[in-house]
Ligand binder design. Structure first.
Ligand code: FES
Length: 150
């Protein structure tokens, strides 16, 4: 066997035996093992109920992140800063040009990322360019669900 053929043979053999190890090392954990009760909360059924309320999230998420929202329903819910037992639900579309506002707990306001408008928890404008308040919705808690009537 010529030296070149021998080296090619050894190289192919090394590559063939190393490939499975390299592939295994490069795989990432996809988190598909849910049998053990992973950290991701179970999704809620957002189908509107007969009473007009629809679930948009879980109380645990509300308390953990400070707010829950639904882009589909254009609604954001927080606990009332003046009464932690009460909820405040606003239409999350900014009244300026319709961007989605987000609750900024540190600011105590709904903030619009597009042009900087800010809204108090009651939906009133605290900083423009928006001029009109956010719409309000009825909200309540049942079991572990945050429900909104839109
Ligand atoms: Fe919100 Fe312009 S869309 S400030």
């Amino acid at each position: 066997m010529k030296r070149r053929n021998f080296l090619n043979w050894v190289g192919v053999g090394f590559f063939a035996t190393s490939l499975p190890v390299v592939l295994a090392a490069c795989q990432t954990d996809t988190g598909t093992d849910t049998a053990g009760g992973g950290d991701a909360p179970e999704p809620v059924d957002t189908t509107p109920r007969e009473d007009g309320f629809a679930a948009i999230g879980r109380v645990s998420e509300l308390d953990e992140t400070g707010s829950v929202s639904s882009k589909t329903l254009s609604v954001a819910v927080i606990r009332d800063p003046a009464n932690a037992e009460a909820l405040i639900a606003v239409n999350s579309l900014c009244t300026h040009q319709g961007c989605a506002v987000e609750w900024e707990a540190g600011e105590g306001a709904f903030a619009c990322p597009c042009h900087g408008s800010a809204f108090a928890p009651d939906g009133s404008v605290t900083s423009g360019p928006a001029e009109d308040p956010l719409g309000m919705f009825e909200a309540k808690i049942e079991d572990d669900l945050v429900l909104v009537k839109t």
